[in-house]
Design a protein around this ligand. Structure first.
Ligand SMILES: [Cu+2]
Length: 177
């Protein structure tokens, strides 16, 4: 009888332990989530589009899907560009992973924007631009791409004259943000 009681007691403790571990993610999973993450289920039409960053030529729209491109850590954004939108040759401090969602995105590795050196990526196409590697892009028609990278998202143009921030700063009527 005593042995049975002890057995039941152990089972109860084990049961309680199982419940406790079920409620908390394992330690390695907690570590992987540097910031508390809420689940998210969004349809394309539910994305919230705003103006693109001032580091990109005007006309681009941006939706943040995950993280914060302005902060340290992984982020996922979408960029919507009008037809014929050009991003002159530039580089990033971290690898840039690009998924083409819609439209036609032409990308190439060169020190200057050159359509002859670009490869056209249709929806479903993918590109990785390694950190500190010069590349450029052209949206052949209205195009949406998804960019996954480690933030903060920074862009350095090969030719400083191409930097839209420079143009904005040179215009006295542009209010400072
Ligand atoms: Cu880039």
């Amino acid at each position: 009888m005593g042995a049975l009681r002890r057995g039941l007691g152990v089972a109860a403790i084990l049961g309680a332990a199982a419940v406790a571990t079920a409620q908390q993610p394992p330690p390695q999973q907690q570590q992987a989530q540097a910031q508390p993450t809420m689940h998210k289920l969004v349809t394309p039409s539910e994305l919230v589009w705003g103006d693109g960053p001032p580091s990109l030529p005007p006309g681009v729209k941006m939706a943040v899907l995950y993280g914060d491109p302005g902060k340290q850590g992984l982020f996922v954004i979408r960029l919507k560009m009008p037809a014929n939108f050009k991003i002159p040759a530039h580089w990033h401090p971290t690898d840039e992973n690009v998924n083409v969602i819609s439209g036609a995105f032409m990308m190439g590795m060169a020190d200057k924007l050159d359509p002859a050196k670009a490869k056209e990526l249709p929806p479903g196409g993918f590109a990785t631009m390694p950190a500190k590697t010069n590349h450029f892009a052209i949206a052949k028609k209205e195009t949406i791409v998804q960019v996954t990278a480690m933030g903060p998202f920074a862009i350095t143009y090969v030719n400083p004259e191409d930097d839209p921030r420079k143009t904005a700063a040179a215009t006295p009527t542009t209010p400072k943000k």
